[in-house]
Unconditional design. Structure first.
Lengths: 377, 477
């Protein structure tokens, strides 16, 4: 009995010392940081914060009050210094569990975002599925924009990127994935690029990171190639002109049926073979006209060509302009040729790699309205 | 005068002094004297005068009556017997019997003229049901036994009688079907009942306490049953039903934890509804036990486990609350428990007032005054509502107490404490037994067939009796 009790006592005392009420802190007694902006201003790091202002619901209203926002700015020669300055201006301890987005300024991104990603990855306070974006404008200016579409800028950016990523129109790389790319070492990556357009916060494309430093941007219109290669389920719209009548345009929605990436090493040269099988669903035509089998075949070829061109051009850009493997082909090569991967220098090999893209498209929904069609689809 | 007669006369004299409240009616039949001893309050006067006194006087007008003649051809009572032990006279009288003594006889007649004030069989009050029959047990033991006998017309149905209580001499019956119920259980129950030595038994709760493994066990090991059909269902399953005189709640043993969440409705209703209701009750039990503690854990320790928007909503709802979450939960749970207690104790006429006061004080005023967050009101009400879902309310009593234990331990240790508390409860449940049966059966030890039968609660699919009961007759169908 005494032994039993002593065991229980040990469990309780150990728990009391290790966990317990020392960590007690009610949620409403914390400064909830919704978004953080990091920028390099001179030789100092600038932290701009967007915090939730908790106010009770207005008297006489039954409706629950949504959180309001206030902003903070702090500076320091490093993160720790800036954080201390940030802590001293807040009424309660800073709580990062609600942080939705980390906005990197272009200056800071050019200097390298790896230190801050490591900070997020290692400090317990942050959520690891945090979204990080690069902002064209200074984060402080971006976070100060008055948002009417959402609770705050942080929520707006996160919801915007999330919904776009869910519909296959952008990528939502979380901190864990970025850190995994950094750990791989020889590859680059892309993160969403945002900015202010006509007084509205907008998604502008991708920021290209090489060695975690900003080396370029990919405009929204050029992102299709990246999405065909990296997005989990890209669903993109392709507008293909009629092969016979240019003014009639066919609007297709494409989805990937199969994506196969195979790498080879021939004559000391890396070869990347990308096979894409696409389904294209015809949504509508600008001018309704009957579709023949021949035309369908042609349209399929056109879509394939267009996608092939999109992919080809972006890979070329990565090889020549950014000079880094932002598509993480290194992972495929390492898995398929582990011994060769150890010997070669992937960064160099990628630049000269031969890339073969094969795209096969099948139009699945012809959306036919032609009553005289010979064949039913 | 014979020796026995002297003893009888002494008894009659003692009773005549009126100390015991025994009435003595003296009759003269020719030259002989006859005495009728009875307790007025316990005796049906009409039966006594019409069926005993009247026939004796009429028959004794011109013929000499012997005790055997009276026994066999004079009195009209159905339940009569003869005895010659003068020491038992007192016991018989106290049990409501009438004693007929003739001055020339060494024997006496015991006639059952017992009259009990009893209420009619009515709808269940504790174990309410939608689909089940409405004839529930009453405080009268004969009525209760008749309700069972009328449903189970099996010659193997056994009703073993015990008299417990040195002073109250309460009748207790153990009802079971001999060729189904496990003999070990029957013997164990009988042994435990035999061992009870107490001055009085007023309710089946007394018996329940005595047949527990350990007085300090938190969870009940015997179920209560008010509906006669549920009692019969349990008896058919191979369990034992203990009916106590003067109690409208019979006991069912052995009973496992999950069986407390079973209702008669489950067996009568559609299969899918039974599954749905079972899941609902289990979730409700979980909610009643853990929701408030989880609120403390989330609000005070690990807010990160919720999505950001939820955290903001909770924080906004708590912004005016001056107490910390732990105190808020304790205060709110205390208030709801007070409301519950008050609503049970208050007379029906003012019961409605309590619900109005409760609704206004807690639901509106406390939130409007900013003392309690609206979310806390939802949690406390949900937690309270969930604690009413079990058909046998006795299983929810420990849950109510453990809820506070969970809140305290979570308030101290956070989610770690929550896990610790929950683990202790599960360990406790798994290590208990009810008359030798693992309390957590058929989950631990696991038996798929029994669990399936329990969840489906469909008589059509339930071919066998629960394996853990180890019944003599194992098949139902």
């Amino acid at each position: 009995m005494i032994r039993k009790c002593s065991n229980l006592l040990i469990i309780f005392i150990a728990s009391l010392m290790l966990t317990s009420c020392w960590d007690y802190g009610d949620i409403d007694k914390k400064s909830m940081t919704i978004s953080i902006g990091i920028e390099q201003i001179g030789d100092k790091v600038q932290f701009s914060g967007e915090l939730a202002k908790l106010t009770p619901s207005k008297e006489g209203t039954e409706k629950a009050q949504t959180a309001q926002i206030y902003h903070t700015v702090s500076y320091g020669k490093n993160f720790e210094d800036a954080r201390i300055h940030n802590d001293v201006i807040n009424p309660f301890p800073v709580f990062l569990g609600v942080t939705r987005v980390v906005v990197f300024g272009t200056n800071y991104a050019k200097k390298g975002i790896e230190p801050y990603l490591n900070r997020i990855g290692s400090i317990y306070d942050y959520r690891k599925n945090l979204l990080s974006v690069v902002s064209r404008e200074k984060p402080k200016a971006l976070l100060n924009i008055k948002v009417e579409k959402d609770i705050s800028v942080g929520f707006l950016i996160e919801n915007m990127i999330n919904s776009l990523a869910n519909s296959g129109k952008t990528l939502y790389p979380n901190i864990g994935e970025l850190l995994s790319n950094i750990a791989l070492g020889k590859v680059g990556y892309v993160i969403p690029y945002v900015g202010i357009e006509h007084d509205h916060i907008a998604y502008l494309g991708f920021a290209v990171m090489k060695d975690s430093k900003l080396v370029g941007m990919i405009d929204l219109v050029d992102t299709d190639g990246v999405l065909y290669l990296l997005a989990e389920k890209p669903r993109l719209v392709e507008a293909i002109p009629d092969p016979e009548k240019e003014e009639n345009i066919y609007s297709f929605r494409t989805v990937i049926k199969k994506r196969k990436i195979k790498t080879n090493y021939i004559d000391k040269k890396v070869e990347i073979n990308i096979d894409l099988d696409l389904y294209a669903a015809l949504q509508y035509q600008y001018h309704v006209a009957p579709l023949s089998d021949k035309k369908i075949k042609k349209l399929e070829e056109r879509i394939s060509e267009k996608v092939k061109e999109d992919i080809g051009s972006i890979i070329k850009r990565a090889q020549k302009e950014f000079q880094c493997d932002i598509f993480q082909f290194a992972r495929y090569f390492r898995a398929q040729h582990p011994n060769i991967y150890k010997k070669i220098k992937w960064e160099e090999a990628f630049k000269d790699a031969a890339v073969n893209v094969t795209v096969q498209t099948k139009i699945i929904n012809k959306n036919l309205e032609d009553p005289n069609a010979k064949k039913k689809y | 005068m014979k020796r026995k007669n002297k003893l009888f006369v002494e008894k009659i004299k003692t009773f005549s002094e009126g100390k015991f409240g025994v009435s003595v009616r003296k009759l003269t039949i020719l030259n002989e004297e006859a005495f009728i001893l009875y307790i007025q309050e316990l005796t049906d006067g009409k039966i006594l005068s019409d069926s005993i006194i009247k026939p004796i006087l009429q028959n004794g007008k011109d013929t000499m009556l012997t005790i055997d003649k009276i026994f066999s051809s004079v009195i009209y009572i159905d339940d009569i017997s003869m005895d010659d032990d003068e020491n038992k006279i007192e016991d018989y009288i106290l049990k409501g019997k009438s004693i007929i003594i003739l001055s020339n006889s060494e024997k006496y007649i015991i006639a059952n003229t017992l009259k009990i004030e009893k209420r009619a069989v009515s709808a269940p009050q504790v174990e309410t049901t939608l689909r089940g029959p409405r004839d529930s047990f009453t405080e009268n033991m004969d009525t209760n036994l008749s309700l069972i006998r009328y449903r189970i017309k099996d010659p193997s149905l056994r009703m073993d009688n015990f008299v417990i209580g040195r002073r109250t001499k309460t009748n207790v019956a153990v009802v079971y079907i001999e060729d189904i119920a496990n003999k070990k259980h029957v013997d164990e129950v009988k042994k435990r009942l035999d061992e009870i030595d107490i001055d009085g038994v007023l309710e089946s709760g007394y018996i329940q306490k005595f047949i527990l493994n350990n007085t300090f066990d938190l969870f009940p090991q015997a179920g209560i049953v008010e509906q006669s059909d549920t009692a019969c269902q349990n008896i058919l399953e191979g369990k034992l039903c203990i009916i106590v005189e003067g109690s409208n709640l019979a006991l069912v043993v052995p009973k496992t934890f999950i069986e407390f969440l079973d209702t008669g409705d489950d067996h009568y209703e559609n299969l899918y509804l039974a599954i749905f209701s079972k899941m609902l009750r289990f979730s409700a039990l979980g909610i009643a036990l853990t929701l408030s503690a989880l609120y403390v854990a989330v609000v005070s320790f690990h807010s990160d486990i919720l999505p950001p928007q939820y955290i903001l909503a909770i924080a906004t709802s708590r912004v005016t609350v001056p107490f910390n979450a732990f105190l808020e939960v304790i205060a709110m749970e205390f208030i709801t428990e007070v409301l519950r207690e008050a609503s049970i104790r208050l007379p029906q006429q003012v019961g409605a007032a309590i619900s109005i006061v409760g609704a206004i004080v807690i639901g509106q005023a406390a939130v409007a005054a900013g003392l309690i967050s609206p979310l806390m009101v939802i949690i406390a009400s949900l937690s309270m509502m969930c604690s009413f879902v079990a058909a046998d309310y006795t299983i929810m009593n420990p849950i109510r107490i453990l809820k506070f234990m969970m809140i305290f331990i979570t308030g101290i240790f956070g989610i770690f404490g929550f896990t610790l508390g929950f683990t202790f409860i599960i360990i406790n449940l798994c290590s208990q037994t009810s008359f030798g049966i693992p309390y957590f059966a058929p989950i631990a030890p696991f038996n798929f067939q029994d669990l399936k039968n329990y969840i489906f609660s469909d008589v059509n699919l339930e071919r066998k009796r629960p394996k853990f009961l180890n019944t003599i007759d194992k098949t139902r169908k």
